[in-house]
Each structure stands twice: as structure tokens, then as C-alpha cells.
Write a protein that binds this ligand. Structure first.
Ligand code: SF4
Ligand code: SF4
Length: 135
């Protein structure tokens, strides 16, 4: 696929906002792939951590909107512990989740959760499952 690099896409406001929210800088990643190799759920992600960061570097934010990966991330920080550049893919996923929620896009509805599960599971577990680290 041909990718056109233009100044506007490399300085997208959405990417800058995600960097502000996450406290991470996408250009610090040199695409070694260690984060994806160690991620326990990368096999199930449509856009794994290394690719997600690359898309941020390239300003391809639109590709990340609607991605399931941000909701699959467990927040286990294995990616961060393996990164030779101390980049936290988990924080980028957190930033993406926050952006989604700010735009009214959620991955689940509480009405979709079976009532017996709501009654049985601790409330904290349900809220954590919906929101991960998003505050
Ligand atoms: S481990 Fe770090 S440097 Fe390597 S691809 Fe992942 S975020 Fe980038
Ligand atoms: S924090 Fe998320 S992206 Fe990082 S290794 Fe764990 S599941 Fe994968």
C-alpha cells in the first residue's frame, strides 16, 4: 500500500492529543517489535502494539478508530517492560480508549451483559472490564 507522508498527517491533532493523554511520544519507538512479541493478546488484536504505534507515527489515526485492540489490551505492561526505549504501548492504548470514549464510542453496553453475571460479579470487576484504566 502506498503511504503518502505529508506534514499535516505527521502533525495530526488527534495524535498529539493521544500523546498528551498517554504521556508518551510515538517517535521514541523504533519499531523493534518486542512489545508485540511479548503481548499475551497480540494474536487476537486487529492492530497489534507495534503497528498501532507506527500508525500514530504516520498520522494514520483514522485506521485506529474502531480498532478492537485498544479494548483487548489487558494493561499488563509486559510491552513496557520489554521495550528497549521505555515506550509504553499500554499507555497509547489508554489514550486511544479515552479518545474513543470522548467521542461517544464505547465497545460494550451494560445492557449486553447478562443479568446473572451482573448480580454475581463484583461491581469493581464490571467497571474495570468496561473502562480499563480510563477515568
Ligand atoms: S518494544 Fe518499544 S521500541 Fe520496540 S516496537 Fe515496541 S514500543 Fe517500539
Ligand atoms: S499492556 Fe496491553 S499491549 Fe501491553 S503487553 Fe499487556 S496486553 Fe499487550
Amino acid at each position: 500500500m502506498l503511504v503518502k507522508l505529508i506534514k499535516e498527517s505527521l502533525q495530526r491533532a488527534e495524535v498529539k492529543q493521544i500523546e498528551r493523554v498517554s504521556g508518551e511520544i510515538s517517535k521514541n519507538c523504533y519499531q523493534c517489535g518486542n512489545c508485540t512479541a511479548g503481548c499475551p493478546v497480540s494474536y487476537a488484536m486487529d492492530i497489534p502494539p507495534t503497528q498501532m504505534i507506527r500508525k500514530l507515527q504516520m498520522g494514520q489515526y483514522d485506521d485506529l478508530v474502531g480498532s478492537e485492540s485498544m479494548w483487548l489490551c489487558l494493561g499488563c505492561l509486559q510491552c513496557y517492560s520489554r521495550c528497549p526505549k521505555s515506550v509504553s504501548a499500554a499507555s497509547f492504548f489508554e489514550g486511544l480508549r479515552q479518545m474513543s470514549l470522548r467521542h461517544g464510542e464505547d465497545h460494550e453496553k451494560i445492557s449486553d451483559v447478562p443479568l446473572p453475571l451482573i448480580k454475581k460479579a463484583p461491581q469493581q470487576a464490571i467497571v474495570a472490564g468496561f473502562r480499563k484504566l480510563v477515568s
